[in-house]
Design a protein around this ligand. Structure first.
Ligand code: 13P
Length: 250
């Protein structure tokens, strides 16, 4: 199973930046033959990016989706529209959306359902804040976040999805979680889901996000329980990102 690397650009970039970035990425395509590489630009540049990556092995990821497919919902983007421009993954439940947009579990569940309905893969973000980390509640919090979806829709809701473990305290802080901690949590989540649904293991990936950079990416990615990376800041600089890809190949 190929490991996946997703560049979450958040609210950054413009057409000039994207054009240059994709051009360089395409030139270096031999470097990521063994990985699935995804770009997640701001929604307004999704279509533009989609055209630039046509006929490459770079895949398109959305940072958001609405809970409706169409209708009077000013400012929203539907999964159908995202599908239309070849979106393969949608990030759901990022801590920034939970915090700044008050997205609760009920909304997130609707987003997961609608994403799966359109055969797009949801990337469900989970993770604890610094207080819970200090109180050694990481496992408990991650389990609680997933349990809500399982309770409402059964374990099948987690089939063919990606879980992104992103401890909130590590996002954008330069403090990545230790390998030991990531392994502990990812292993725990895999076990938790597998105990509920035998054989689901092969049907879902669990990746890590939070201050991944050229110095730590290789070590994190080579762990058995880590199926990929969700990268913010370090994916914004093509030179830095290429160094990450080069390093994980060595
Ligand atoms: P950073 O890599 O900037 O810490 O961001 C991680 C993240 O939030 C990816 O979704």
């Amino acid at each position: 199973m190929k490991k996946i690397i997703i560049c979450n650009w958040k609210l950054n970039g413009n057409k000039k930046f994207i054009k240059k970035y994709i051009k360089i990425l395409k030139k270096n395509n031999k470097l990521y033959n063994n990985y699935i590489i995804c770009i997640s630009p701001p929604i307004i540049y999704m279509d533009y990016t989609s055209k630039l990556i046509k006929n490459t092995n770079i895949l398109l990821t959305s940072q958001n989706v609405d809970i409706h497919l169409k209708g009077s919902f000013t400012g929203e983007i539907s999964a159908k529209m995202l599908k239309n421009i070849n979106t393969k993954y949608i990030i759901i439940g990022h801590s920034e959306r939970r915090l700044y947009h008050k997205e609760n579990n009920n909304i997130l569940l609707k987003k997961i359902i609608i994403t799966k309905k359109l055969n797009i893969t949801p990337i469900i973000c989970i993770g604890e804040n610094i207080n819970d980390y200090n109180l050694k509640n990481s496992k408990k919090i991650c389990k609680k976040q997933l349990k809500y979806f399982i309770k409402k829709k059964g374990i099948k809701i987690l089939k063919n999805i990606i879980i992104a473990y992103e401890p909130i305290w590590s996002i954008g802080t330069g403090k990545n979680a230790s390998i030991k901690h990531i392994n502990k949590i990812n292993k725990y989540i895999k076990k938790y889901i597998n105990n509920k649904y035998k054989n689901i293991n092969k049907k879902f990936k669990i990746i890590y996000g939070g201050s991944v950079n050229k110095n730590n990416a290789k070590e994190i990615l080579k762990q058995k329980n880590i199926d990929g990376l969700l990268i913010g800041k370090s994916s914004l600089n093509i030179k830095e990102f290429l160094k990450i890809i080069k390093n994980i190949n060595t």
